[in-house]
Ligand binder design. Sequence first.
Ligand code: SAM
Length: 280
Amino acid sequence: MSAGDGLPPLSKVMASHGLSAKKSLGQNFLFDLNLTRKIARGAGDLSQCAVLEVGPGPGGLTRALLMEGAKHVTVIEKDARCLPILEEISAAYPDQLNLVEGDALKIDEAALPAHPTKVVANLPYNVGTALLVKWLTPNEWLPWWQSLTLMFQREVAERIVAAPGAKAYGRLAVLSQWRARPTILFDVPASAFVPPPKVTSSVVHIEPLPEPENAPRRTSLERVTAAAFGQRRKMLRAALKSLTPQAEALLEATGIAPTSRAEEVDVAGFCRLAKAFEDA
Ligand code: SAM
């Protein structure tokens, strides 16, 4: 029986191509098109934009994106074994699917021919955070993407959306929140994947915001948060000494108690601190 798009069910596709998951490539596939369609819908209206999907594998999410009305989808896949399967999907959706074989960490997405605006992906866990950091740190802001709808391990999703005071609050939260708005859409149990990973996953949706007024350079913010969270148990006046001998004065000038710890400072506070550090 077809899966609703005229193509065979994913388990059959895998079997007919003799494809099995490779752990080294972070391959945990989703076969349930109802679930992949739910992820695709998490990205909102796809009919007016081009979509970029990293790591399509056998194409469960790719098919869902096309079924949910994506006008154009570019996929970047590192595993050449998946390409013949993706070509079959491309044949069912003429001119709508662009296949790129390669490593998404090395590709300049902004230079892809159909300029992608929404990124939707069930990311390989071993490179998921590195890809997120890449997308959050483009040369220009606003970024080339309109939104990111991404699957992460639940623990990573919590670090992205964490608020001050939470155990998960750290550098990734500040980087994800200082000029973007991340939310967790829903959890996906390990049993939904083939093979199942050891942990629960979550789909995170991120939309960019305009840069805050008086924004620091991203590199200053990264240096300040690296020093602050690098020694998160220490008071900031001590933790920031590795960065500048004027740590205490900078903290006082930005209205942050020198005795506070990194996890108590909100994102706006880190921006003020990074700007003061840069100006000093
Ligand atoms: N999207 C498919 C799904 O939902 O069933 C597969 C998701 S699987 C978690 C991750 C996919 O990313 C695999 O197909 C893997 O080969 C691919 N991949 C791993 N590292 C990659 C990289 N650096 N660049 C592009 N694709 C990569």
